[in-house]
Design a protein around this ligand. Structure first.
Ligand SMILES: Cc1ncc(COP(=O)(O)O)c(C=O)c1O
Length: 397
């Protein structure tokens, strides 16, 4: 028998083939069933998934749609956000959060993040009202799988009578410090079933959750051209339906979600211990403040549930890209979520944000690096990632 040497070990950022191997026997029959039924759009499989998702997210209603980006557009539209309105969003997030606002003719108002959680900074939200007079909604993002500070967001929203849409694309099953599952604390929660999410389909998909009956009815109509009944259109919606094949696969995968998220938490705890033993501290301390120049995610508050869609560490901005190159050379997959904040993107230049205006987000964009955290990682793989990263930081910093 031969043992693996470090040069044999390959650790992709995500290994969906390894996951598929564990669920093939459950998934293939339901896919065949959909093919035999030839019922592809909507129908019983979609309704079943909606019921299961509502239960899982502890929401009264769940409405499937084509992807997580459409889910945001539909949610904004269902809450009457349109031309002339402003929507406050964190600048450090995936593009859709802002793109969706713009697509409705509204204006994204960017705010800074909390440097520890990477989530929306309530103080920065308060500051935004100094110049923005037409704010209709706030859209916190539960980035990387950790809840934003929903107490603060909801109290600001309540004081100003604003709607709250929670972008839960990376956070299905995430809970805040009170044990509230994200997506139902605000008015509508939006989710993505993109394959890299903790619950990912075999293609695109999304869902919106709400406890509000009227919003639910409107979302159902809006995702299907504003039509109800057939060929009677109340308003202009879009074609954003979830298909039965995705729903069938997702219903199976949902059975495994808690187990996968728990394994991601275990992997995160393993990295935390390894990096702490090597001299790293968590990111409550700046990466240039001494010790090993590596910062791990700070523990989620007591009572909260972080589902680790991503495990992002920080290294000094001056070496981050070199660290990544070295890990790539050692067959370790990483990603930068995100190399630029949204206010720095070319397409949003017209909004007029100056460089340096959101220092926490701009700094995070230079320092973060996401490591493999998927549930099927073996301890050999975890160790290879962790040892290689520590060696590389020691060499370069
Ligand atoms: C924070 C966030 N919002 C929205 C989306 C959009 O989801 P989708 O890719 O399904 O459109 C994503 C997906 O990457 C995301 O990470």
């Amino acid at each position: 028998m031969t043992t693996a040497t470090a040069t044999d070990i390959n650790v992709p950022l995500l290994d969906l083939k390894a996951q598929y191997a564990t669920i093939r026997a459950e998934v293939e029959p339901v896919v065949r069933e959909v093919m035999e039924s030839q019922y592809f759009i909507g129908g019983p499989k979609v309704e079943e998934l909606e019921k299961l998702t509502a239960q899982y997210c502890r929401a009264k209603h769940a409405i499937g749609c084509a992807n997580g980006s459409d889910a945001i557009v539909l949610a904004l539209q269902a809450l009457d956000v349109g031309p002339g309105d402003e929507v406050i969003i964190p600048t450090f997030t995936f593009f859709s959060t802002a793109g969706s606002v713009h697509r409705l003719g509204a204006r994204p108002v960017f705010v800074d993040i909390d440097p520890v959680t990477y989530n929306i900074c309530p103080k920065s939200v308060e500051e935004a009202f100094g110049c923005c007079k037409k704010v209709k909604a706030i859209m916190p993002v539960h980035l990387f799988g950790q809840s934003a500070d929903m107490d603060a967001v909801m109290s600001i929203a309540k004081a100003r009578d604003l709607k709250v849409i929670e972008d839960c694309a990376q956070a299905i099953g995430t809970e805040d410090a009170h044990g509230r599952r994200v997506g139902t604390v605000g008015h509508i929660g939006t989710y993505s079933f993109f394959p890299s999410k903790n619950l990912g389909g075999f293609g695109d998909g999304g869902v919106m959750c709400t406890n509000d009956d009227a919003a639910s009815a409107r979302l159902k109509r809006l995702r299907n051209h504003g039509m109800e009944p057939k060929y009677f259109h109340h308003e202009i919606g879009m074609n954003s339906r979830l298909d039965a094949l995705q729903a069938a696969v997702l219903s199976i995968k949902l059975r495994h979600l808690d187990n996968w998220s728990a394994t991601r938490q275990r992997n995160a705890a393993w990295y935390d211990r390894f990096f702490a033993a090597a001299g790293a501290t968590d990111n409550r301390t700046a990466v240039d403040a001494g010790g090993l120049a590596l910062r791990t995610p700070a523990a989620a508050p007591k009572g909260a549930r972080h589902i680790y869609n991503q495990y992002c560490v920080r290294v000094p901005g001056a070496i981050r890209d070199k660290v990544r190159e070295e890990l790539t050379a050692r067959k370790i997959g990483t990603e930068i979520y995100y190399p630029l904040s949204l206010h720095q993107q070319k397409c949003f230049e017209f909004l007029g944000y100056r460089p340096g205006v959101f220092p926490h987000a701009e700094r995070a964009a230079k320092e973060v690096i996401a490591l493999p955290i998927y549930p099927e990682l073996s301890e050999v793989q975890l160790r290879h990632v962790a040892e290689t990263l520590v060696d590389t930081v020691r060499k370069l910093a």
